[in-house]
Design a protein around this ligand. Structure first.
Ligand code: NAD
Length: 256
């Protein structure tokens, strides 16, 4: 029997075929999971996601602006009405105003700071709160971080501060939800070319540096992230919660 047969998951954050959430979805589909998806509101977002998923005939593909509490509540209500339960959740969402990312962090505006934190961090808290009552047999929740939340990576700026808050939110959420047998973990991914990473100046330099410095001498592949999602979302990681796992070809262990 496939690892995820009979398991139902909600995937938040597929924008296109390069999205980390899509790499994870492909791995989960290959293991028999039933998936529901949310995407940014708008026809073009919907079209791009539908092109990827329509052959799988998902029961739920819904717009969801994560700043909007009504949108979030509607999606989780629909999951409850459709399936009556949820086994896992992928939160793969981040945003910072591009012009603010180009400025030094010290220039960050109050409004831009709140917007980035709301979309990139608070959305995980809100999604966990709504997912928990549906995870009646326990569950597993993952989100995606980057090394720029631990160390200063030039140009990553507010997003690094968001990732630090995200990783620590994961620990507090793991504490809050542990008694309900819900695990919350984070994957700290190496740099990959996606829609979001295009907003980070000098991103190609980061990738080149990662190849030179990483013990595995390569860039992380979508399948590396897919396989780690299978681990964290399945019973193989039954004793792991509140953790950030680096899937970065070892980049983060090197001090040179
Ligand atoms: P992506 O652009 O494919 O995914 C980002 C997603 O966030 C998109 O689906 C977008 O629609 C969604 N989003 C943004 N604002 C939203 C809002 N207001 N409401 C709802 N959804 C919203 O890029 P990705 O690289 O796959 O990013 C996924 C996650 O991985 C992000 O948290 C990102 O920071 C993280 N990450 C990316 C890299 C990388 O190198 N690409 C490395 C480490 C971590």
């Amino acid at each position: 029997m496939a690892l995820f047969s009979g398991k139902i998951g909600l995937v938040m954050g597929v924008a296109n075929d390069r999205s980390i959430a899509w790499a994870m979805s492909e791995a989960l589909y290959a293991e028999g999971a039933e998936l529901a998806f949310t995407h940014l509101p708008g026809d073009s977002s919907k079209r791009r996601v539908m092109q990827l998923v329509e052959s799988r005939q998902p029961k739920i593909v819904q717009p969801c602006e994560v700043r909007n509490d009504e949108d979030l509540a509607r999606v989780f209500d629909l999951v409850r009405e459709t399936y009556g339960k949820l086994d896992f959740l992928i939160h793969s969402i981040a945003f910072a105003p591009p012009q603010e990312l180009r400025n030094p962090y010290v220039q960050m505006s109050r409004a831009g700071w709140h917007l980035a934190m709301d979309i990139s961090v608070y959305s995980l808290v809100a999604a966990c709160r709504l997912a928990a009552p549906l995870m009646t047999d326990g569950g597993s929740i993952i989100t995606i971080s980057y090394y720029g939340g631990e160390k200063v990576i030039p140009n990553y700026n507010i997003m690094g501060v968001c990732k630090a808050a995200l990783e620590h939110s994961v620990r507090y959420l793991a504490w809050d939800l542990g008694s309900q047998k819900i695990r919350v973990n984070c994957i700290s991914a190496g740099p990959m070319r996606t829609l979001s990473s295009a907003g980070v100046s000098g991103f190609d330099v980061l990738r080149e540096h990662a190849v030179k410095k990483s013990p595995l001498s390569r860039i992380v592949e979508p399948s590396d992230l897919g396989k780690n999602a299978l681990y964290l979302l399945s019973d193989f990681s039954s004793g792991v919660t509140g953790e950030t796992i680096h899937v970065d070809c070892g980049y983060s262990i090197i001090g040179l």
